[in-house]
Design a protein around this ligand. Structure first.
Ligand code: CP
Ligand code: NVA
Length: 309
């Protein structure tokens, strides 16, 4: 029997497999842009999309990825399933596996996406958990490759909270040979698990991992400056506390001017303009925010197709 595949974390994949998915994403994007359509590689396949949290990009980009490849997608809102509350995760996984061909889940607890993968006989994709956001990491890698050709040897700096988006960026950078720096306030570091994973992968790819407090030091020589919200979904009660801690980590024109002249600025969106990023930077010449958002769809097409190969 062939083992089904899942896409739970970039950490689970070899650099070669990740590069293969990114090469396919480039190919599918080119096909779509040049011919106006893709071959129906997912004809007859349906993606079940479980959301425990809100979304614009993830919901629309997965739905359109499926449609453009000849398949379909079914949106299941937070109220409908009650994952782990109305019904156990194991039961949801086994029921859905009889209706759809692949499951995508945006969850609070990372364990829930792991449990879905354990109990479903079909592929499961992590569409953001409290631990990581691997589909974001793949779209981000595609965006960086489009600008610089590859990740190898680049200096990628994440400024802000050592959150789920930072973890997937750390994973993809360390797997594919980019040097990763996190500048975060004390108490908002990467988890020790993510840091250990990153160090292991970086040792193999020949890149480096650095975690520091000073955002100015962190962006020196940066090819990529990345930021995300100061308060992630599920942490809303900490909003006011975080608004007091994070202002020195705002990505503004002064900070960007301290990086390489050709540096690009990235943000997974949604952006809180005037907090982690200024309008001037988000809409300025270094920003790749919107192509980055669009690349989620191209990367996810390749992720889904690769799960059936
Ligand atoms: N970047 C991202 O995942 O956006 P959404 O929360 O809108 O899906
Ligand atoms: N870190 C953010 C990312 C949103 C796409 C969150 O988890 O809310």
């Amino acid at each position: 029997m062939i083992m089904k595949k899942d896409f739970i974390s970039i950490a689970d994949y070899s650099p070669e497999a990740l590069q293969g998915i990114l090469d396919l994403a480039i190919e599918l994007k080119k096909e779509r842009l040049e011919k106006g359509e893709n071959k129906p590689l997912l004809k007859g396949k349906v993606l079940g999309m479980i959301f425990q949290k809100p979304s614009l990009r993830t919901r629309v980009s997965f739905d359109m990825a499926m449609r453009q490849l000849g398949g379909d997608a079914l949106y299941l809102s937070p109220n409908e399933i009650g994952l782990g509350q109305r019904e156990s995760v194991a039961d949801v996984a086994r029921v859905l596996a009889g209706y759809v061909d692949v499951i995508m889940a945006r969850v609070f607890a990372h364990q829930h996406v792991l449990d879905l993968a354990k109990w479903a006989s079909i592929p499961v994709i992590n569409a953001l958990s409290d631990y990581d956001h691997p589909c974001q990491g793949m779209g981000d890698a595609l965006t960086i490759i489009e600008k610089f050709g590859s990740l190898k040897g680049l200096n990628v700096t994440f400024v802000g909270d050592g959150n789920n988006v930072a973890v997937s960026l750390l994973h993809i950078c360390s797997k594919l040979g980019a040097n990763f720096t996190l500048a975060s306030p004390e108490g908002y570091d990467l988890s020790s698990k993510a840091l250990e994973e990153g160090k292991t992968f970086a040792a193999k790819s020949g890149s480096s991992i650095r975690t520091i407090r000073d955002p100015h030091e962190a962006v020196k020589n940066a090819d990529v400056i990345y930021t995300d919200t100061w308060t992630s979904m599920g942490q809303e009660e900490e909003t006011e506390k975080r608004k007091k801690v994070f202002p020195p980590y705002q990505v503004n024109a002064k900070l960007v001017s301290e990086a390489k002249p050709e540096t690009i600025v990235m943000h997974c969106l949604p952006a809180h303009r005037g907090q982690e990023i200024t309008d001037e930077v988000a809409d300025g010449p270094h920003s790749v925010l919107f192509p980055q958002a669009h690349n989620r769809m191209h990367a996810q097409k390749a992720i889904i197709v690769s799960l059936f190969r």
